[in-house]
Ligand binder design. Sequence first.
Ligand code: PEP
Ligand code: MN
Length: 357
Amino acid sequence: MNLTGFQKWFKELSELKHLIIAGPCAAESEKQVLETAMEISKIKHVKVFRAGVWKPRTSPSDFQGIGNEALKWLSDAKKNTGLLTCVEVATPEHIEQCLKNNVDIFWIGARTVANPFSVQAIADALKGIDVPVLVKNPINPDLKLWIGAIERVYNAGINKIAAIHRGFYPFEETKFRNIPKWEIPIELKTIFPDLQIINDPSHIAGKRELLLKAAEQALCMDIDGFMIETHINPQQALSDANQQITPAELTEMLDKLIFREKDFNSDDFKCQLENLRLQIDSIDFQLIELLSKRMKIVEKIGNYKNDNNISILQLERWRQIRQTRIKAGEELNLDPEFVKKLMQIIHNHSISIQTKN
Ligand code: PEP
Ligand code: MN
């Protein structure tokens, strides 16, 4: 598969090196769309107006989006402001409706990207159409699935493609709504250096208080743009109310962010260091989450052993754990002595949890 032909297609859209996309999570009313777009159009660097028209909600009783009617509001917003419009498409019918209403850019959402059948149906419907397509990461941290979705769109003849990094569903409670797992977009960029990656700090942070922090981290990752959920009245938003900000707050946030040039200077050196540190932080937090998961299971086993009068320390099992982990570590170039000590600490703690029962 040759995916080296990605165009750096949105360079010409912005005098900044970064493309800024802003707009509400969902189009809710004509007034909300037009007022939000009008305010956003006054922000210097924002070139594209986003709004969800069909919303992939977790529960069927949540707001599902307005549907076709909202496309007319977007088309009016485009006429009144000059902003390009960007809408999530999840089916061939969505594509047809968007084309009828002159939507400029499509994005494929995280839940849709996780389903290759849906992505293929979208790709088939895109054949012969010249429209840029943004592919969000799938909800699960599966780089191959993300690349597969990009390939399906690319194979349909679309070459104005960019990826959107919106974080991954965390199975445990985490600070952010979706864990960034920076190592994944970095790997994507390493494989496809010409593929532009837009960061979506809104869905990563999940709370407006954490939005700036998430965006700052992203800038250190050498990303190419932002998609930021912006609503004229975020508190009243029908979806993602906690993470949306007003156009005035967006202006303030963009002023605070340092958009670095990509040529290497001393600042970029700091950024490279920060980039590596963020990867380490992300991996460490995953280690902690996994250890917490392990200890919860250990507790359950402890209860079982106590209820059945089985001794806590099972030497044969411990020998087997140590041996298999050391071997697995060796296969991944980890020092056996290090793995042995690490497993000893984990095992000791597991025993002490079980003996407290
Ligand atoms: C959205 O952008 O509003 C959205 C539904 O995003 P995601 O697919 O990333 O959850
Ligand atoms: Mn949203």
